[in-house]
Design a protein around this ligand. Structure first.
Ligand code: AMP
Length: 194
């Protein structure tokens, strides 16, 4: 089972992808989390990554594609995986599609969380109180939103037209539990087998 989660920053992708991954017993691959782990290494690459991430800009496609390909080759991804935060640019999309095709892998479902802009700011502000992420400051959220609409939204439109039956838009303005219910309804019973 291969799932991709799309949605703007603050839509709840991370939370929902993590809950869904637990339910399906497959890994949740959040490129944001993987990159934040890399920052702990405190080498010259991590300093460059930190500057880009703290300013709300995207990290280069080469770095992301390498991270993803190394992660997808791990044995725990054999039964499937959930992508959260990747692909985010056209080059990442092309790279992913080529990787999947060359490994005879098919995307099972794509879930887009839609959310009102006003709620995004509220959500990210309350998250910043808990997680203390520098990129959750209001002025940086604006850059992240611009990046989302410029780079990532066109990709979700591509997937929507390529996989019309497997592309689902879920209302991300709801409570966590209700969003979760909507997602679980989209997944068939068979998907929950161990
Ligand atoms: P996220 O936790 O998904 O909001 O990601 C936090 C930050 O990590 C982003 O603002 C980017 O700087 C970087 N990042 C995460 N995923 C990607 C990606 N697929 N491509 C480029 N940069 C990424």
């Amino acid at each position: 089972m291969i799932l991709i989660f799309f949605g703007p920053p603050g839509a709840g992708k991370g939370t929902q992808a993590s809950l869904t991954a637990k339910k399906l017993n497959i890994p949740h691959l959040s490129t944001g989390d993987i990159l934040r782990d890399k920052l702990l290494e405190k080498d010259s690459l991590s300093m460059k990554l930190k500057n880009l991430m703290d300013s709300g800009n995207l990290v280069s496609d080469d770095i992301l594609n390498e991270i993803i390909v190394n992660r997808l080759k791990q044995p725990d991804c054999q039964r499937g995986f959930i992508l959260d935060g990747y692909p985010r640019t056209i080059f990442q999309k092309i790279f992913l599609i080529n990787f999947l095709e060359s490994h005879d892998l098919l995307i099972s479902k794509i879930i887009e969380l839609s959310i009102d802009e006003k709620i995004i700011i509220q959500r990210i502000k309350s998250r910043s109180n808990i997680e203390n992420r520098l990129d959750d400051r209001e002025e940086i959220i604006k850059t992240r939103m611009i990046k989302y609409f410029q780079e990532t939204k066109p990709l979700s439109d591509y997937f929507r037209s390529k996989y019309p039956n497997d592309y689902h838009i879920v209302d991300g303005n709801q409570y966590i539990e209700n969003i979760q219910d909507d997602i679980f309804k989209i997944l068939k019973n068979d998907d929950f087998k161990p």
